[in-house]
Design a protein. Structure first.
Length: 374
């Protein structure tokens, strides 16, 4: 385009009113047009703002308003609350097949071990020996071999009366040992033991109760005995058996609030117990031994509470169950907060216990912050 200098006529025309008004309007029109364009452009920008940017702002705002907890790595532990009773266990009645009159009874609470007198009949002792087999026949020369003979000889050896290696044969040495034992008790030295003179028990016993009176007749129930150590008996649902093997630690709360440690020492076979609706339910009996028996001094046949703790999985990645979200189509996810943004992360789950769940798969690491309900 060629540039021209204005002529005089043109300069005169520039001073005229009408043309001047036209030039003055033009800037306003341009300015108005620019404003209109800018307004349109602004409107377009507002409408066409990328959705991802809006989502990021929403996620950032949401991240500031949620409660979180860190993903942990550790042992997944199951805790089961227990109600039980502390005592010496269920008493077992002991007696004799000997006929005669009861002439002596031990004090209740007395602890009796191998060789001790359980009671006296016609002033002769009925003696406690240790073993799993009951006395089901008398002992005398000429009897058949058997495990009960071995059990007797083991007791005579433990008491210092039998000198050779115990076996299942009743030999002359067995009869001689019996005579020495009888002499120590003031019994007639016959070398044989009649049925009812001895009572076998699995271990030492504690006298819980007299079932007969001095002066009364001897019979199958003379005294009731129990364990010598206080234990807690509790019951759990049979499906919990895998988490309560022998050796499982238990925290016990005694009357008065004292807390003492213990452990499961025996697991029994399921038994029927009354439920709250008047029916019957199968329950699994647990025997729990207190680590420090002295902690239960002065307590007997009292209610206690406990908490059983068992490790279900070691070194697991753990999140609270409340952090889980159900996914459309199945599966679960958690919401992770990172750098002020909330992200949904699918996860695979393992075992559940005590309000936590094991995470076995997914893009989740220990220390990640997951969203939980406030």
């Amino acid at each position: 385009m060629t540039e021209h200098s204005p002529t005089e006529d043109q300069m005169t025309d520039a001073a005229a009113p009408q043309p001047a008004r036209r030039r003055r309007r033009t800037p306003w029109l341009i300015a108005g047009a620019c404003i209109a364009v800018l307004g349109i452009a602004g409107a377009v920008l507002a409408v066409t703002l990328p959705a991802s940017s809006k989502d990021d702002r929403d996620a950032a705002n949401a991240a500031a308003d949620v409660a979180t907890t860190p993903v942990a790595r550790g042992d997944l532990t199951e805790r089961v609350r227990l109600n039980g009773r502390l005592g010496y266990g269920s008493p077992q009645e002991l007696g004799t097949s000997l006929g005669g009159t009861i002439t002596w009874l031990p004090d209740t609470g007395a602890v009796l071990d191998r060789g001790a007198t359980l009671f006296r009949v016609d002033d002769d002792p009925v003696v406690l020996l240790i073993g799993a087999l009951p006395m089901w026949r008398g002992f005398a020369e000429g009897m058949d071999d058997g495990p009960d003979v071995l059990q007797l000889e083991q007791n005579l050896a433990a008491l210092g009366f039998f000198e050779r290696e115990p076996d299942e044969e009743f030999a002359g040495s067995t009869a001689s040992a019996i005579e020495r034992w009888q002499e120590s008790l003031g019994l007639e030295e016959t070398g044989a033991i009649e049925p009812g003179r001895i009572v076998f028990a699995p271990a030492a016993v504690r006298v819980a109760q007299h079932k007969a009176q001095i002066g009364g007749g001897a019979g199958a129930s003379v005294i009731a005995v129990s364990d010598t150590v206080k234990r807690v008996t509790a019951f759990i649902a049979p499906n919990l058996e895998p988490i309560a093997p022998v050796g499982t630690p238990v925290q016990l709360t005694l009357p008065g609030g004292a807390t003492v440690p213990g452990e499961v020492s025996a697991v029994g076979a399921p038994v029927e117990q009354d439920d709250d609706q008047g029916g019957k339910k199968l329950k699994l009996p647990l025997t729990i031994t207190i680590d420090d028996p002295a902690a239960a001094d002065g307590l007997d046949d009292v209610a206690v509470n406990g908490e059983l703790t068992a490790v279900r999985r070691e070194d697991a990645l753990l999140v609270p169950v409340t952090a889980l979200l159900a996914r459309t189509g199945g599966g679960f996810a958690v919401e992770v907060v990172a750098k002020g943004v909330v992200e949904t992360v699918p996860v695979e789950l393992g075992l559940f216990a005590d309000g936590l769940v094991e995470v076995t798969g997914g893009e989740l690491e220990a220390g990640d912050e997951v969203v939980v309900p406030e």
